[in-house]
Design a protein around this ligand. Sequence first.
Ligand SMILES: NC(=O)c1ccc[n+]([C@@H]2O[C@H](COP(=O)([O-])OP(=O)(O)OC[C@H]3O[C@@H](n4cnc5c(N)ncnc54)[C@H](OP(=O)(O)O)[C@@H]3O)[C@@H](O)[C@H]2O)c1
Length: 242
Amino acid sequence: MDAQGILAGQRALVTGAGRGIGRAIAVALAGHGCAVALVARTAAELDDAAAACRAAGAPVATTHVVDLADGGAVDALAAQLVEGGGVDVLINNAGAYSLGNALDGDPDEWTALMAVDVLAPMRLTRRLAPGMVARERGTIVNIGSVAAVEPMKGPGAYAAAKHALRGWSLSCYERLREHGVKVVLVNPAYVATPMTAGVPGIRHDRLLGVDDVTAAAMLALTTSAACCPQEITLRLTRRADA
Ligand SMILES: NC(=O)c1ccc[n+]([C@@H]2O[C@H](COP(=O)([O-])OP(=O)(O)OC[C@H]3O[C@@H](n4cnc5c(N)ncnc54)[C@H](OP(=O)(O)O)[C@@H]3O)[C@@H](O)[C@H]2O)c1
């Protein structure tokens, strides 16, 4: 638990919590005594993550099988959470990856990419931030990428989505800070998760760990109400090109 115990009893929503970075952040929040709501499409992974959260100390861990590419389903999820009292912590982590660029890739696939990586975080923020403002307390963590801050020769569509998320996150920081709501963007380089497990041409032993990203995400949650880390970019110490 954090030194002040300030997270105990707070309610957190974590998207993409079934595996990888989202699961690690959810378990960390649970360890601080947060009640967690876990979102993804794969029920079995959510159930497993919820069990890990309960074991870590979450007073409540609920699972929500939702396709974040479906705006109506995202709205229904948000409405359910607002009905239950809202959330204090929103972790917009779920993300899809696409290799598409100006010379290859499927533009129709990019529609879903944008829906999951950009529009779902925007929609969840729009639905859940008003409650945070009313309570004058809340934290929103958006998981971006180094693809949010630099161009990508290969995964151009992914870079476009993450750049858009960055614009949204920094704008939300400006809009919500005066109401006591923190908004932080975390931009990891390659992380060892199922997303990168099959990616060829990289030194997998040199990647960030999910605990590195979790530590960055937790910074906004464990610092004082006066402190908001607006954007954190996590680079690799050594290049991971194979
Ligand atoms: N791994 C990296 O190298 C890296 C680097 C920089 C940034 N990131 C970002 O970090 C975030 C998490 O990545 P990760 O590596 O942990 O990915 P991951 O291991 O593939 O996990 C992604 C999670 O998001 C969920 N998800 C994906 N599409 C979804 C959808 N349409 N609706 C609901 N849930 C969905 C997945 O569950 P289901 O498939 O069951 O839905 C899963 O729980 C992403 O935003 C990614 O862009 C990753």
